[in-house]
Design a binder for this molecule. Structure first.
Ligand SMILES: C[S@@+](CC[C@H](N)C(=O)[O-])C[C@H]1O[C@@H](n2cnc3c(N)ncnc32)[C@H](O)[C@@H]1O
Length: 177
């Protein structure tokens, strides 16, 4: 197992986007758009950045980020916004909205189909402080990488994998079918 040095989550995201030359990115739960602002400054391949959040902040350079022609901002529940994004259209997905087990399961179920085969599925807060996120991610995905986010005092990790097949069902639901 490779032990990675902690760094800001936006540096990991930018590296994954650049490695895969991702064009269409979606972040579910953007808050102050820290990741998006870094991505625009460091990832020339990105043509579209879809943001989903219940809140739209009006300070900390968020308005500048939102006005960028590449940004599409959906201020709504992630469970409502998913119908606005076609299946197999995303090169990169970052799930970081509701951190409870049902919320993370719902975002995985609704948003993973939006990612192309070969695209990156990722998210945040794989940590003992968010057991619901750990349970949901571990239940859906057999194999994924993690890296500690150095910007959060309580240890927390981003997780990611490459989408290799069309469906990712929970073991529970796949064993009952
Ligand atoms: C932890 S913050 C996101 C941080 C951001 N991804 C980053 O890395 O800086 C979580 C955000 O998700 C939003 N959120 C929580 N539940 C949501 C839901 N069901 N649908 C849409 N947004 C949601 C909150 O408003 C909050 O801004």
């Amino acid at each position: 197992m490779e032990l990675r040095t902690p760094r800001p989550r936006w540096q990991l995201v930018a590296e994954l986007i650049n490695q895969n030359q991702c064009k269409v990115v979606a972040e579910i739960g953007v808050d102050y758009c820290h990741i998006g602002k870094y991505v625009y400054a460091n990832c020339p391949s990105v043509e579209k950045y879809i943001c989903v959040d219940l809140v739209r902040h009006t300070d900390r350079e968020v308005p500048v980020f939102i006005k960028d022609p590449r940004t599409v901002y959906h201020q709504m529940y992630s469970s409502s916004a998913h119908v606005l994004v076609p299946d197999d259209s995303l090169d990169f997905l970052y799930i970081d909205a509701n951190h409870e087990y049902p919320g993370v399961c719902e975002d995985i179920q609704l948003w993973v189909p939006k990612v192309k085969i070969g695209g990156i599925i990722a998210g945040h807060d794989f940590s003992v402080y968010h057991p619901g996120a750990v349970a949901a991610v571990s239940e859906y995905f057999d194999c994924f990488s993690i890296e500690q986010d150095s910007t959060i005092e309580r240890p927390t990790y981003s997780w990611w994998l490459t989408k290799e097949r069309e469906r990712y069902d929970t073991r529970k639901s796949s064993s009952s079918t």
